[in-house]
Ligand binder design. Structure first.
Ligand code: MN
Length: 205
């Protein structure tokens, strides 16, 4: 039986400076993400058969999770999965890779008009998510959509495939940006891993 565990990031905590500061990354990964994992493991202790599944498969079918732990799995399992994605949606700033290219660029232009319109809509959706949550670019069958989710609800539980997601919980930005969520969202656009976004776009059929 393998409980869920915290993976290392693919880059150092200070790699996203100055856009996302080192202290925020360290606390976010070591404390917040770890806490979701610990509480997910605790919730599933009574039902160890779930440790055989991937977190993605569990979240895709929350109704199969016993009712007494379903809310805990939705919240903490969602927290685990969303953060797993999030760390890979980010990478150090690279001026040559700071915009989408290839097929994902074509798809963004086709659904949102152009990159600037996409970026404005994405940032505004994140800004307008009331309270804690996430802003996402998702694939809904053959369409791209921008949505937000509250708390740690994951698009995967709504049968939507996440291509990009940015955490808009205050813990993701408060140390550096305080209440300025829009500044944080704008800064994130310097460290988005568009190769990862395109990889997910191409692998989801
Ligand atoms: Mn978070």
């Amino acid at each position: 039986m393998n409980k869920f565990t915290l993976l290392n990031l693919q880059y150092p905590y200070d790699a996203l400076e100055p856009y996302i500061d080192s202290k925020t990354m360290e606390i976010h990964h070591q404390k917040h993400h770890q806490a979701y994992i610990d509480k997910l493991n605790a919730a599933l202790e009574k039902y160890p058969e779930f440790f055989e599944k991937s977190i993605e498969d569990i979240l895709k079918d929350l109704n199969s999770v016993p009712e007494d732990v379903r809310t805990a799995v939705r919240n903490h399992g969602g927290g685990h999965y969303n953060h797993l994605l999030f760390w890979n949606f980010l990478r150090p700033f690279d001026p040559l890779k700071n915009l989408p290219s290839g097929k994902i660029n074509e798809a963004i232009n086709s659904f949102f008009g152009n990159f600037e319109s996409f970026k404005e809509k994405f940032k505004n959706t994140g800004l307008n998510q009331f309270g804690s949550g996430w802003v996402w670019l998702v694939k809904d069958k053959d369409e791209l959509k921008i949505i937000s989710t509250p708390n740690q609800d994951s698009p995967i539980s709504q049968n939507l495939y996440p291509l990009l997601g940015i955490d808009v919980w205050e813990h993701a930005y408060y140390l550096k940006y305080q209440n300025r969520r829009m500044d944080y969202l704008g800064a994130c656009f310097n460290v988005i891993n568009w190769d990862e976004v395109e990889k997910r776009f191409l692998e989801n059929k």
